[in-house]
Design a protein around this ligand. Structure first.
Ligand SMILES: C[S@@+](CC[C@H](N)C(=O)[O-])C[C@H]1O[C@@H](n2cnc3c(N)ncnc32)[C@H](O)[C@@H]1O
Length: 260
């Protein structure tokens, strides 16, 4: 098999297309999970969720659909973002974590565990929801409350608790992933709309937002989605893939909007 890390970028993009196309709603086999680790994260163990590396997932009963294998925030990235969030948030208090587009749930899980907070998650796709529910059961997790809901419905049930509440925002990219870079005004829904929904659900009370992008955003769209927000940290894990395929993470503080 050709590795994307031998300079064959075509292999990465072909595999990406397969995971988001024909394998989108297909439960991956142990062999396919290892292949995903190799092609997306340089080695089979690079795909690791819930503390379980790809080579062990099948044996441990972990279920991942093709789409989630590529969309998920892996353990090393989620742990790094959670550590950065812990640096800017005081310990204790009654703050919550809300993972709005949770997929595997791994992002919210790490944030909740690292910060010692209750975590709530919404996932709208019934197949992804079922797989994630299975996985949380297999790992015996009771820290992440998983809901099969549209993110707006979850927001409606969760009034603000603290200025340090954290929202994980990672909507599907779809047509936002362009040759010119990731255009966050074209995710579904657009990131700016999600930020406005969060603000409304909190009556403007400050909070933090953690967002994943790739390493090539287009049209200054990240900054445009976070006007009236304070940039706190950006994490840029060592790139191992073609430009546009590596993941970056950003932490913002949403501030009250003047005149709102
Ligand atoms: C990019 S993935 C997020 C991956 C996730 N961060 C992880 O670590 O696995 C986006 C997820 O949001 C879900 N989704 C899409 N629209 C949604 C909505 N309106 N409300 C809740 N979830 C939604 C998709 O089904 C998909 O699983």
């Amino acid at each position: 098999m050709t590795s994307a890390h031998n300079g064959n970028h075509a292999a990465y993009f072909a595999f990406r297309d397969e995971l988001l196309g024909p394998l989108r709603a297909v439960m991956l086999t142990g062999q396919q999970l290892c292949e995903a680790g190799r092609l997306l994260h340089a080695r089979p163990e690079g795909l690791s969720l819930y503390g379980i590396p790809a080579p062990e997932m099948e044996l441990r009963g972990i279920q991942l659909l093709g789409r989630t294998a590529i969309e998920s925030v892996t353990d090393s990235h989620a742990a790094a973002v959670a550590a950065a969030a812990a640096e800017v948030c005081p310990p204790g208090g009654n703050a919550m974590i809300v993972d709005l587009f949770c997929g595997s749930g791994n992002f919210g899980l790490h944030l909740g565990r690292r910060l010692g907070r209750p975590a709530y998650a919404s996932e709208i796709d019934p197949d992804v929801y079922r797989a994630t529910r299975n996985n949380l059961h297999k790992i015996g997790d009771s820290t992440l409350e998983l809901n099969q809901l549209d993110y707006r419905a979850l927001l409606a049930t969760l009034p603000s608790r603290s200025d340090h509440d954290i929202y994980a925002v990672e909507p599907p990219w779809g047509p936002a992933f362009t040759a010119a870079g990731l255009d966050l005004t074209r995710t579904s829904p657009p990131v700016r709309e999600i930020i406005d929904d969060i603000r409304r659900s909190r009556n403007g009370r400050p909070c933090l937002v953690a967002i994943k992008t790739n390493d090539q955003t287009a049209h200054d769209s990240l900054a445009r989605c976070f006007t009236d927000a304070q940039h706190l940290r950006s994490l840029t894990p060592r790139p191992t893939l073609p430009p546009g395929a590596n993941m970056n993470y950003h932490l913002y503080r949403l501030c009250p909007v003047h005149g709102a």
